[in-house]
Design a binder for this molecule. Sequence first.
Ligand code: NAP
Length: 244
Amino acid sequence: MRLKDKVAIITGGARGIGEETSKRFAGEGAKVVVVDLIDEADVVSEISKNEGEAKYIKTDVSDMEQVKDMVSKVKDYYGRIDILVNNAGITRDGKLKDISKEHWEQVVKVNLTGVFNCTQVVSEIMMSQGSGKIINASSVVGIYGNFGQTNYSATKAGVIGMTKSWAKELGRKGINVNAVAPGFVKTPMTEKVPEKVLTMMENDTPLKRLGTPRDIANAYLFLASDEADYINGTALEVTGGLTL
Ligand code: NAP
């Protein structure tokens, strides 16, 4: 019960890494608020069936008004927010010459503005509490770049910049801010990646496998727990050694 009674918001919490994180956090005693775009999140009923506590609030994190509304609902219901996992993210891949203005803007809106929106609103509450843990989803491609991912890698590098800035600004208010930079993980997001690219990634990984949502959920869990109380401003690579 490493998160007993902690109130945790998990964006993009209905699918992929976020879904696994919602289950993992609930299993460790957190009161989980799943935030996503779909109408209903099956993960909430699954958590309830297993005697965990979870709520779903449909929210587009790129829309500040929706974020404010979601956060005020969580505050009204639970009275506090201990953990924010800025996990929602999208890809619109293409070579530099093919990236449209629309695809550039969509990725920036969710991956950068969405993280900014949620953190700006939630950090006010955490500051008034004098405590909180914020974990942002970056990516290995935000550190090393990737063919066909100009827009995505720019946003994931930006997430690391925001993480480090917030670690400095919010650290003295009792809030830890860290990022996780996953390698390639099997989720609905990577279903769009050609099989031969995934096989290549697998072969290039010293552990000889792609990541699982649980591998990343475990890293989020560690950074959200009291065990990470002195970790602030880091970007934890969870890649199986892909970049060595
Ligand atoms: P995923 O399977 O696509 O799940 C992401 C979830 O976020 C989806 O449910 C998605 O809804 C939701 N979402 C998208 N835009 C949103 C918005 N504006 N507001 C609220 N929710 C939104 O992705 P994943 O693979 O689990 O990735 C989770 C995070 O890890 C992302 O930030 C991703 O960039 C990062 N990451 C993933 C990998 C990987 O290999 N999978 C590697 C490095 C980093 P829809 O399905 O309706 O879009």
